[in-house]
Design a protein around this ligand. Structure first.
Ligand SMILES: NC(=O)c1ccc[n+]([C@@H]2O[C@H](COP(=O)([O-])OP(=O)(O)OC[C@H]3O[C@@H](n4cnc5c(N)ncnc54)[C@H](OP(=O)(O)O)[C@@H]3O)[C@@H](O)[C@H]2O)c1
Length: 465
């Protein structure tokens, strides 16, 4: 039998409560430990002594399953976990010490045991284990401290200009190469209204936001599906303040009703995330007479932005509009917003509507600086929406697609990180993987300000705001 002990220590510029809460839910290892591909909390509710976690470890590039159990939780002092996988066991101990109001010393000890490995191999394995320990500590520092906007290396800046090579980053590989993947900025006391929470990226984002302590206004279709989403969020995050709101967002009347309800019932909203979206193979008009892709992806989110704007401005709030990397292939068709000319192409209609939402986000960032106006695209993630609207793409790309959590990362980061709040250097932008990205790459796809203003006038007319 081989036993390898490992000890590391780091001083982190974050309050002890932040560090402890973040690490107590061991499934965050996915965000900071390069030795972990995926991590899930198995026991519903908050992480407490007895909670179990299922991990996929990265062992020399191979995915190896491991089970962990939190066996001791001493608030703001100590966490102890036991883990086991094929042929090995490990005990991880994390000790926390406050060095000041925003400074914490973290001591990490791991004792690894391999039953079938002879002890004489120890000198060979020790450097590997030491390297893993260093990488984990570096990852943790990034997650808790160095988690600001990404600075893209020159190679990646060039790749994104070339569009196709840049699209490699849309896969899960792009998410893995982010400098920091930590989501640790607490949102206690803040209210986030988010659309499209019953599935996919919206549900994944809502879970993370609830884990960060945000109060959530959950906007979706179907009371049963909203109830199921609330249960999934509580299983993931523990106690969370959740307010379900039913709305059919392809209807502007329903979106208007939703906005009125939020304005009447809520004292404040800090963040609006327009996540709901859809791509249709066939053209269709809503009962109100708008092409439905336009209605759900542009008219409805624009209406929510404008109706909630005064409330958001009062709180120096944020808007996060979810668009798509597909917009790089399309400009605006201002004279044919409802796609009445030519053969209908669902992907084109979708990309044009998302292009319009990006253009309006940019315009409003100029008009209302009390709000941080952001647009982001999630890359390519495996969600029910992608499976339904792009089945061929979904099948072919399955091994490369991001998980919904990975796709939702930048959405949650934009909602929570102080660097992207109103009045900061990065108070508005078009983001992918926590880095500012160009709005347009192909000739003829950029939207200038007069065109964005004409679009705004048309969208306002239809939305009645
Ligand atoms: N997944 C990707 O790779 C990807 C890539 C680029 C951009 N995006 C964007 O990311 C966002 C989320 O996409 P997703 O992949 O998570 O999609 P999804 O799996 O289809 O989830 C979309 C969510 O929006 C809701 N929604 C759709 N139409 C609605 C309507 N008319 N009224 C109310 N709610 C409605 C859906 O509710 P129902 O279940 O009731 O339909 C669902 O909760 C979208 O804006 C999408 O365009 C995704």
């Amino acid at each position: 039998m081989l036993t390898l002990p490992l000890t590391r220590e780091r001083v982190l510029d974050r309050p002890i409560a932040d560090c402890f809460r973040y690490l107590a839910d061991f499934s965050t290892t996915e965000q900071w430990d390069p030795g972990v591909f995926e991590a899930d909390k198995r026991t519903p509710g908050p992480a407490r002594a007895g909670s179990t976690f299922a991990l996929r470890l990265n062992v020399l590039g191979r995915s190896v399953p491991a089970d962990y159990r939190l066996i001791e939780r001493d608030e703001d002092r100590r966490l102890v976990l036991e883990g086991s996988g094929p042929g090995f066991t490990v005990v991880d101990t994390l000790d926390f010490e406050a060095l000041g109001p925003a400074r914490t010393r973290l001591r990490y000890q791991a004792v690894m045991r391999w039953d079938a490995v002879p002890a004489r191999i120890a000198p060979l394995l020790r450097p590997w284990a030491e390297r893993l320990g260093d990488q984990a500590m570096t990852g943790l520092t990034r997650a808790l401290v160095e988690d600001g906007p990404e600075q893209l290396p020159a190679r990646e800046r060039l790749a994104q200009k070339l569009l196709l090579p840049g699209m490699v980053a849309f896969t899960r590989r792009g998410w893995r190469t982010q400098h920091s993947r930590g989501l640790s900025r607490r949102m206690d006391g803040r209210t986030v209204a988010i659309t499209g929470v019953t599935a996919g990226l919206g549900l994944a984002a809502a879970k993370e936001l609830a884990r960060l302590g945000a109060r959530l206004i959950l906007i979706g279709r179907g009371a049963d599906r909203l109830t199921a989403a609330m249960q999934a969020i509580r299983d993931f995050a523990g106690d969370a303040e959740l307010l379900p709101c039913e709305a059919e967002l392809s209807s502007l009347a329903d979106t208007q009703r939703l906005a009125e309800r939020l304005l009447a019932e809520l004292p404040a909203i800090d963040v609006l995330i327009n996540n709901a979206g859809a791509l249709f193979a066939e053209r269709g008009d809503t009962p109100e007479g708008h092409e439905r892709t336009l209605a759900i992806n542009l008219l409805s989110p624009a209406l929510l932005c404008k109706r909630l704007e005064p409330m958001l401005a009062e709180r120096r709030g944020r808007v996060v509009n979810v668009v798509s990397g597909g917009l790089y292939l399309q400009g605006l068709a201002l004279d044919d917003l409802d796609y009445q000319r030519g053969d209908y192409d669902g992907s084109k209609a979708y990309a044009r509507a998302k292009r319009g939402l990006l253009a309006l986000t940019r315009l409003w960032a100029e008009d209302e600086p009390r709000i941080a106006w952001h647009a982001m695209h999630p890359g390519w993630a495996a969600t029910p929406g992608v499976a339904k609207s792009l089945p061929g793409f979904d099948r072919r790309m399955q091994p490369f697609l991001r998980t919904p959590r990975q796709g939702a990362d930048t959405m949650v980061w934009l909602a929570s990180h102080p660097a992207v709040a109103a009045h900061g250097d990065d108070s508005s932008g078009f983001w992918f993987d926590r880095a500012q990205r160009p709005d347009a790459l192909l000739p003829g796809t950029a939207v200038d300000t007069p065109t964005a203003m004409s679009l705004e006038a048309e969208v306002r007319l239809r939305g009645g705001w």
